[in-house]
Design a protein around this ligand. Structure first.
Ligand SMILES: Cc1cc2nc3c(=O)[nH]c(=O)nc-3n(C[C@H](O)[C@H](O)[C@H](O)COP(=O)(O)OP(=O)(O)OC[C@H]3O[C@@H](n4cnc5c(N)ncnc54)[C@H](O)[C@@H]3O)c2cc1C
Length: 489
């Protein structure tokens, strides 16, 4: 081994952003090495095992897999076909007043929404689906977004893009304004349904989430896909694609510094290894990046980190059940009267392993991941004893919710419940403050103001959920796709 390991492209981080970028680059003939701090791949969409039981750690829902959508484009380009099961219904939304079946079928859902809720529901949902189609048209295969160079601007301002101009208000006005226009904002049950869906998709509620990304958030249950075996399975296919094309994935390599030397980038890892390449694609979150760099690069990263200084963290529960759990959809959102202690959302998102998925756990058993929003500020200065006390209280709190609100799970068959806190998230993903939700969409920070994938520093690219076009596996795969298009040229 030379003093420096050299290759064409170094990709930092093996979450969905890094894996997608490396797989696409490797397919283009670039010699890629992926450096990952953890001992496994997947990042926020990773897994852990407890004997024969596999738990998704965070992300559980695949979406954006149609041919014209980001994950679909990446999978098709690489010729990989993950085992994804479309959910019908897309989700069960358990309001405090009863269940709403969120049909995946659009017409069925619009009929149901009209029947259940007041206002011009049909016109509202038709508008959302229309906006969704326009958003995919606008952002898919647009490597120059957001524009950073003269060439990007000339492409951006090209007359063929004029048809996108009417969409601009959707980046600046909140979903609440659209709801009011269609008179669908009068029923607190419907407002709760909208807000809790927006919180898990845009990381904001109707008052602040711009209506264009929010339209994608509200329509996504029409296309929710459960990956057989867990969220890591498609990631494993991406990993194999990298390896088959001659690339390498090196785990337990925590990047400690990123330095430019001439035309090369030098990367140092905590195990003492050093790497060199002309191109670096980093999916290390913005909030961590500054500390790994110096000079102008550090100032650039810190400026963005200050601008986008708030992000959510998460509380997650992992429930092992010694019986099948039958639910019409793998995805169940349970609304609460009030948030659980130290959490900031009035819903829990539960992902229930379908009984036929024997890859995730043995027949006749189930694993369930439950998540909700939390703030690092509530956790950052507490003692180990207090943390332990809170963990116990959180497990009791979720047990109570299961007993009262999720009769599908038999209390007697619960074998264990474990809990992840913002500390757990910080520890396993290395993300500053356990910031795992990406940058919340906000009318004050429209989509095109998100940190761009192309940095001002030649050869350094920034992808992942703290960069354009935002959080969620489809978005980070789109960022990877567009970045690769920029590199390949
Ligand atoms: C609880 C929860 C539920 C979610 N649910 C969904 C969902 O259902 N569907 C969905 O699409 N999205 C969901 N998301 C969001 C989604 O998981 C993320 O937006 C997406 O996975 C982020 O991918 P990424 O590659 O940008 O970042 P990450 O997944 O965080 O990957 C970054 C990788 O970089 C590594 N790394 C960090 N620092 C270093 C370093 N210094 N050196 C080397 N490696 C480093 C990390 O270990 C990590 O593996 C959820 C997120 C959470 C937390």
């Amino acid at each position: 081994m030379s003093e420096h390991n050299t290759c064409d492209v170094l990709v930092l981080g093996a979450g969905y952003a890094g894996l997608a970028a490396a797989a696409l680059l490797a397919k283009e003939g670039y010699q890629c090495t992926v450096l990952e701090a953890h001992d496994t791949i997947g990042g926020c969409a990773s897994f852990f095992r407890d004997g024969r039981y596999t738990f998704d750690v965070g992300a559980t829902t695949f979406s954006g897999v149609q041919a014209h959508q980001p994950a679909g484009m990446v999978f098709a380009e690489l010729g990989i076909e993950p085992a994804l099961e479309r959910q019908e219904p897309g989700m069960i939304i358990r309001l405090t007043s009863g269940d709403v079946i969120r049909d995946a079928n659009k017409d069925q859902w619009i009929d149901r929404a009209e029947e259940l809720f007041p206002g011009r529901q049909r016109a509202f949902w038709q508008r959302l689906y229309q906006l969704e189609d326009r958003v995919w048209e606008l952002i898919a295969k647009r490597p120059y977004l957001p524009p950073v160079s003269a060439r990007d601007w000339s492409q951006f301002l090209h007359p063929r893009n004029l048809s996108a101009v009417p969409l601009i208000p959707g980046l600046l006005r909140p979903m609440a304004s659209l709801m009011s226009r269609y008179g669908v904002d009068t029923d607190p049950r419907f407002c709760a349904l909208v807000n809790e869906l927006l919180l898990i998709s845009t990381q904001n509620t109707a008052q602040s989430a711009p209506y264009l990304p929010a339209a994608l958030g509200l329509t996504y249950p029409s296309e929710t896909y459960y990956p057989i075996g867990g969220m890591v399975r498609p990631a494993i296919l991406l990993m194999r694609s990298i390896q088959n094309a001659g690339g390498a994935i090196k785990t337990r390599r925590r990047v400690e510094s990123i330095v430019k030397q001439g035309s090369q980038w030098l990367i140092s890892c905590s195990n003492g290894e050093r790497y060199r390449a002309p191109i670096v694609v980093s999916s290390i979150p913005l909030w961590n990046l500054g500390a790994l760099t110096e000079g102008r690069i550090r100032s650039w990263a810190e400026r963005y980190a200050e601008k986008f200084d708030s992000s959510w963290s998460a509380i997650t529960w992992y429930v092992r059940v010694e019986s099948d759990v039958h639910c019409p959809s793998a995805y169940l959102q349970v609304h609460l009267e009030a948030p659980l202690p130290w959490t900031h959302s009035t819903s829990l998102f539960c992902t229930i392993k379908p009984p036929h998925d024997h890859q995730k756990s043995p027949a006749g058993t189930s694993t369930i991941t439950i998540s909700t929003h939390a703030r690092w500020a509530d956790w950052k200065s507490i003692s180990a004893e207090e943390s332990s006390r809170r963990r116990t209280a959180l497990i009791e709190a979720v047990r109570h919710v299961i007993r009262e609100r999720i009769p599908e799970i038999s209390m007697a068959s619960i074998a264990s419940i474990d809990v992840g806190t913002p500390y757990t998230w910080q520890h396993y993903t290395g993300r500053f403050g356990g910031y795992v939700g990406g940058i919340p969409h906000h009318i004050r920070r429209p989509l095109l103001m998100l940190p761009p994938n192309q940095t001002p520093f030649p050869g350094l690219y920034h992808i992942g959920d703290s960069a354009f076009p935002g959080q969620g596996t489809p978005a980070v795969m789109l960022g990877a796709w567009n970045t690769v298009a920029r590199i390949v040229g």
